[in-house]
Design a protein around this ligand. Structure first.
Ligand SMILES: *[C@@H]1O[C@H](CO)[C@@H](O)[C@H](O)[C@H]1NC(C)=O
Ligand SMILES: *[C@@H]1O[C@H](CO)[C@@H](O)[C@H](O)[C@H]1NC(C)=O
Ligand SMILES: *[C@@H]1O[C@H](CO)[C@@H](O)[C@H](O)[C@H]1NC(C)=O
Ligand SMILES: *[C@@H]1O[C@H](CO)[C@@H](O)[C@H](O)[C@H]1NC(C)=O
Length: 287
């Protein structure tokens, strides 16, 4: 009996010690809720139903902030950031097709299609231009919008966190990291909860095909981006999903762009340090 108590006290202490010594950039803090956990709205776009929700109020003379989550995720990951930004800005979050509460069809995913969906959503909301904030796959989707002659007209400015220009920009060790395993396990459960009629196998296959084969851009493509300092290339100090040389490369390819490295966080910065992330987005909005 006594030894059981001792051993559970000891394992408790050990757990506390681990919690204290695991640096935040190796953790996956809980997925927050969006403020008010809104029901949101589904809009028919390009053959699927795209889910979005809006926060804060439109500010005269200021474009709304469009927040686009990463692959396998959903808009909830931005919950704590939205909570901060909505105090001063009109914020729109959108679930990428197939992700979260947005449906998919048999059309293969492309970053161009992701960009076209987001552009069509803005158009349906009567938004002429937005400040696009994209994370991971939707940092790439944001690049796709910037590189498209039509969709780029809806981009006032762009904040791209953890994106790349081709599949080789993904760090080969990422999928064997503990954080990745934790994320995929969690995302699978969230998918089942948010999309009860979804087909996880088809969805996962579509994302995996996309990520392993696209995009395929070069310096010459990024030379077409003319937004200068209104583009921010952001990453985490301990980025583990994108090769470490990528942010500097993209920054050099987009003339006049800004580069920001968030301190003490990884690719999962929106969960690990939402306050720092929100502060950098505020800075970007004022550029
Ligand atoms: C987005 O780009 C695609 C491909 O060029 C185009 O078909 C679509 O009309 C564009 N949407 C908007 C709203 O610009
Ligand atoms: C990538 O694009 C280049 C042209 O820019 C082309 O030659 C090459 O085949 C493409 N690669 C893939 C994997 O699509
Ligand atoms: C890949 O990520 C690991 C772990 O974060 C890092 O040590 C390594 O340098 C990265 N590799 C590249 C090519 O950036
Ligand atoms: C980053 O993390 C290290 C180790 O946990 C800590 O000593 C340091 O104060 C942190 N820096 C910032 C800017 O939070």
């Amino acid at each position: 009996m006594r030894s059981t108590i001792y051993s559970s006290v000891l394992s408790c202490l050990a757990a506390i010690a681990v919690a204290q010594t695991t640096p935040v950039w190796e953790t996956l803090p809980p997925t927050p809720q969006l403020p008010g956990n809104p029901a949101g709205t589904h809009t028919e776009i390009n053959g699927v139903k795209i889910w979005h929700a809006e926060f804060g109020t439109a500010v005269d003379g200021e474009v709304p902030v469009l927040m686009l989550h990463g692959g396998f995720g959903n808009s909830d990951y931005y919950g704590n950031i939205v909570k901060t930004l909505m105090a001063k800005h009109h914020v729109i979050v959108m679930d990428t097709r197939g992700h979260g509460r947005s449906t998919m069809d048999s059309t293969p995913f492309t970053y161009e299609l992701y960009a076209a969906d987001a552009s069509a959503l803005l158009e349906s909301l009567g938004v002429a231009k937005a400040a696009w904030v994209g994370w991971s796959d939707m940092a790439i989707g944001t690049f796709a919008a910037l590189l498209d002659g039509h969709n780029s007209t809806l981009v006032d400015r762009a904040f791209a966190f953890g994106g790349g220009h081709d599949p080789q920009s993904t760090n080969a060790t990422f999928t064997s990291s503990a954080t990745y395993a934790a994320f995929i396990g969690r995302a699978t459960k969230e998918y089942a909860a948010l999309q009860p009629d979804g087909d996880l196998k088809a969805f996962a296959a579509a994302v995996e095909t996309l990520e392993s084969t696209q995009p395929n851009w070069t310096e010459a493509d990024f030379a077409k981006v003319k937004l200068g300092a209104k583009v921010t290339i952001a990453d985490g100090q301990y980025e583990e999903a994108v090769v470490l040389a990528e942010p500097a490369l993209l920054n050099s390819w987009i003339a006049g762009s800004q580069r920001v490295t968030l301190t003490n966080v990884s690719h999962f910065a929106p969960l690990q340090d939402p306050d720092q992330f929100a502060a950098e987005v505020e800075e970007f909005l004022s550029a």
